[in-house]
Design a protein around this ligand. Structure first.
Ligand SMILES: Nc1nc2c(ncn2[C@@H]2O[C@H](COP(=O)(O)OP(=O)(O)O)[C@@H](O)[C@H]2O)c(=O)[nH]1
Ligand SMILES: [Mg+2]
Length: 418
């Protein structure tokens, strides 16, 4: 690293170096690029199957749509508010990430229901984890099922749905100033209306019920179908991501709705770890010289990569239109805070422009790169092309993530109840 000014150059994170070295191995550049391509494609092949279960009417189908980022009346959404009559689970692949499938399970709690039989009937082995939903206290059906899932060695999470309704109901007991109307109810309720106190009471109530049914260390997440950025939905997303094994985590993380800054940050971190691999692929077999630059790379791959970043961060015309509609805002208000190009604006010409901006810095970087990945030197052009594409991808990813945070801020600001 001698002669390199550390201030000018971002350090390559340790795990990226490892990933890059592993991809390169002792092979030559085309081989290394092929390996990197394989490693990246692995992520798309990983499947994740999420089971959503609970009693009939608890909000299962609505929650299935939630995870898939759909409104109930969108095309392909699970039908809600209908009575379930079959014992057949229904598969709903995520519309943008079809390797993630959410399964709408039949309602538990029918007279013939037996938790062990139920799991067998719905194909227990298929699922990575279970979401057990209830819109009231969890019943013995829910807890028996949880215990059976635990016995069979899988994870489950309790979701308490429709908390918006609870809050609304409680509110009727208070006057416009938020003061409790009836003294009679005062024993259990605070004098002053408090959303957080109501939510805590619901959570505590659920947890105590589960403990009484001998569920060990139960966790309950409060959600409302219409307010994913609020209550415990962001925390649920985080928990699920954290508790999945590494390769599944990657697949799941990409599919998450962008409802919190934490989720956005995690997505960004995750995507960052793949930038070196992507750069390597772009410098591989299909690389061609870019006129006017010393860069030799596969522009089509870069177009795809940037479009993927946009998709992951909701920076497409479609995603923004949906978000605007859901939040009752003009789309222009969301677009006003976006500084980088949307998916639809990503063309080969744009990539060349972006590469040109990164080329000067990258030349300095090539010496450093050659020190630890000598194989890159086997194709002289790659020593410059690799860092050029790396910086281009990295800058774009950083900008897209920052845009997504700003869009989220606009959406959250508009929610007066926040
Ligand atoms: N207010 C409110 N209603 C909900 C929520 N989740 C579901 N519902 C409604 O509850 C009813 C039953 O939901 P559904 O998803 O069909 O339940 P399932 O029978 O368990 O699949 C439907 O009318 C939903 O619109 C929520 O978070 N808040
Ligand atoms: Mg249903």
């Amino acid at each position: 690293m001698a002669g390199i000014d550390a201030k000018e150059l971002p350090k390559i994170p340790e795990e990226d170096v490892e990933a890059l070295k592993a991809a390169v191995g002792k092979g030559n550049l085309p081989e290394a690029a092929a390996k990197a391509k394989e490693a990246l494609e692995m992520v798309d092949k990983i499947t994740l199957n999420i089971a959503v279960t609970g009693e009939s009417g608890s909000g299962k189908s609505s929650f299935v749509n939630t995870i898939r980022g759909l409104e109930d009346d969108d095309e392909g959404a699970a039908e809600t508010g209908v009575n379930e009559t079959t014992m057949e689970p229904t598969a709903y692949p995520h519309p943008s990430y079809p390797n993630v499938t959410v399964w709408d399970l039949p309602g538990i709690g029918t007279p013939t229901f037996k938790s062990d039989k139920y799991l067998e009937q719905v194909g227990f082995s298929r699922y990575d984890f279970f979401i057990i939903i209830s819109c009231t206290r969890f019943t013995s059906h829910d807890t028996e099922l949880a215990q059976e899932i635990q016995r069979q060695g899988k994870k489950f999470y309790f979701v308490r749905s429709k908390v918006d309704q609870d809050l609304k109901n409680e509110k009727t007991l208070y006057d416009e100033k938020g003061i409790l109307k009836q003294r009679k109810a005062a024993t259990k309720r605070p004098h002053q209306y408090s959303e957080s106190a109501i939510l805590s009471a619901i959570r505590e109530n659920c947890i105590n019920g589960l403990k009484a049914a001998e569920v060990t260390s139960p966790r309950v997440f409060l959600v409302s179908r219409g307010d994913l950025g609020k209550y415990d939905y962001p925390k649920l997303q985080e928990t699920l991501v954290d508790e999945l094994p590494g390769h599944k985590r990657r697949a799941f993380l990409r599919s998450l709705s962008n409802v919190s800054k934490e989720t956005l940050e995690k997505k960004k971190e995750q995507l960052q770890t793949q930038i070196w691999l992507k750069s390597l692929v772009s410098c591989g077999v299909a690389a061609v010289p870019i006129p006017g630059l010393s860069t030799v790379c596969d522009i089509a791959i870069l177009v795809t990569s940037l479009k993927e970043y946009c998709r992951d961060f909701g920076l497409t015309e479609n995603a923004l239109a949906t978000l605007a509609r859901q939040n009752n805002k003009p789309i222009a208000e969301l677009k006003a805070v976006i500084k980088s190009p949307l998916s639809e604006e990503i063309t080969k010409d744009l990539i060349i422009k972006l590469l040109t901006k990164c080329a000067a810095g990258a030349v300095k970087y090539s010496t450093y790169l050659l020190n630890f990945i000598p194989v890159v030197g086997s194709v002289v052009s790659a020593a410059v092309s690799l860092p050029t594409t790396y910086f281009m991808l990295k800058n774009f990813l950083d900008d897209a993530a920052a845009d997504a945070v700003r869009v989220l801020e606009v959406v959250m600001k508009g929610d007066v109840s926040n």
